[in-house]
Design a protein around this ligand. Structure first.
Ligand SMILES: NC(=O)c1ccc[n+]([C@@H]2O[C@H](COP(=O)([O-])OP(=O)(O)OC[C@H]3O[C@@H](n4cnc5c(N)ncnc54)[C@H](O)[C@@H]3O)[C@@H](O)[C@H]2O)c1
Length: 399
């Protein structure tokens, strides 16, 4: 089997946030990188952003001047796709539109040589569908980086059903070489992170909609008890309510309207009102004023805080368990994904073991008893493990 090394030239398509970040990672490792975009001004912006980031790293003495210059010299920018003809790996990071991506991949095949691997950074589209538009679908794979790529360690490697197993292995090894944490996910909607994390937002919104607690209280509870770096509403504001809502809507639709992913009308209204979050100045919080003032003023309310935390965490664990049941990824990879893709303080299966599977199962059945909604059905894995008193990691050293 071939293995990629730094002598393989990397093509990046799309000079936006993700394309520029992935280019930085590849060039830092030592690859020659060519970034292609249709829009000249995007290429200029990407060049400027990359230069600023590298200069900042040099000024902060994170890298020395020489390394900084070398990284920048390895990256070139082009608005001619023909400049990608000799690449060994191309990573696409253009607009999230299936038809546009399929057309691009089909055209790429006329340009590159037979051995070039083609990867897409899509967050939500079917890899199999993109691959099926190609003459050699075996070489097409999902390589899902997280934002910002130079800082977030996780890369979800997503083979479509037509992808060759050697492509998966070569890219898995390459991501390790780049210092990333690769995990393998089945080609299913939202892969691992964007599927499992839905409960973090969805259940928080539901608690708010029912009037059980207000927004600052829910964020406070998740931070104080769960030790999450950000509460669900702070995180939705950071991601952007427009983007977050769209992902939920896509996952909901793609899972044939499974009620677990039902989008929130409250969030939809925030989107309609233009209350996107930080980028628009206002979302669930007002960023034109002091940011965390509302949270800092809160005092613990042990009973309510615990109730909020427990409800959200058992829903997350339930979602992780179903992801495991459907073989979307291994339990180790699901835990690694949530730790390294969205900075969860603990892997969800580790958390389940700590809380006890009987506790998780009984909280879930309380919720189901109360609402009788399919959303709260207990994953068979949780139900079975609670009965037999099992742990996900019976040996503490496996964590
Ligand atoms: N932003 C994120 O947080 C994030 C995280 C993970 C994955 N993704 C995925 O990465 C991809 C890119 O996202 P982004 O946030 O960097 O987008 P972006 O809007 O910042 O950049 C997209 C770039 O692609 C260019 N482009 C569009 N169509 C093109 C085409 N046909 N040929 C060449 N260039 C084209 C645009 O000019 C733009 O520069 C999407 O598939 C997105 O779902 C985004």
């Amino acid at each position: 089997m071939i293995n990629f090394n730094k002598h393989v030239a990397i093509g990046i398509i799309g000079a936006g946030t993700m394309g520029t970040g992935i280019a930085q990672v590849a060039a830092t490792f030592g690859h020659r990188v060519v970034i292609f975009d249709q829009q000249k001004e995007q290429l200029n912006r990407s060049h400027e952003n990359l230069t600023n980031v590298i200069n900042r790293l040099v000024n902060k003495q994170k890298i020395d001047q020489r390394d900084g210059e070398n990284i920048l010299s390895r990256v070139t920018f082009t608005n001619s796709i023909n400049d990608l003809a000799s690449m060994g790996l191309i990573i696409e990071a253009i607009v999230e539109d299936l038809e546009v991506k399929k057309e691009l991949f089909a055209n790429l095949e006329d340009l590159v040589n037979e051995n070039c691997f083609l990867a897409t950074n899509t967050s939500s589209l079917s890899i199999t569908s993109i691959a099926a538009a190609c003459r050699i679908p075996q070489r097409v794979i999902g390589l899902h980086f997280f934002n910002p790529p130079p800082l977030m360690p996780l890369v979800e490697i997503v083979p479509g059903i037509l992808t060759g197993s050697s492509v998966k292995e070569v890219l898995f090894n390459l991501m390790k070489e780049w210092g990333k944490v690769p995990v393998v996910a089945k080609d299913t909607p939202g892969f691992i992170v964007n599927k499992v994390a839905r409960s973090f937002y969805g259940e928080a919104l539901r608690i708010y909609e029912e009037g059980i607690a207000d927004i600052p209280r829910i964020d406070y509870a998740m931070k104080r008890i769960g030790k999450f770096r950000m509460g669900p509403f702070e995180l939705m504001d950071l991601i952007g309510n427009d983007v977050n809502y769209k992902v939920t809507e896509t996952v909901f639709r793609e899972f044939y309207y499974d009620q677990r992913y039902k989008p929130s009308i409250t969030q939809k209204r925030y989107v309609e009102a233009g209350l996107y979050g930080r980028k628009s100045g206002k979302g669930f919080y007002d960023y034109t004023e002091l940011q965390n003032a509302q949270l800092d003023e809160l005092e613990p309310d042990s009973k309510l805080d615990s109730m909020i935390f427990e409800r959200i965490i058992v829903m997350l664990i339930n979602e992780a368990a179903d992801t495991l049941m459907y073989n979307i990824a291994s339990k180790e990879d699901i835990d690694l994904a949530m730790l390294n893709g969205v900075n969860y303080p603990k892997g969800l299966f580790k958390w389940a073991d700590e809380l006890g599977l009987d506790f998780v199962a009984s909280r879930l059945s309380d919720l189901y008893e109360m609402y009788h909604e399919d959303r709260y059905r207990t994953s068979p894995i949780i139900a079975k493990m609670a009965k037999t008193n099992e742990k996900f990691y019976p040996n503490a050293k496996d964590f």
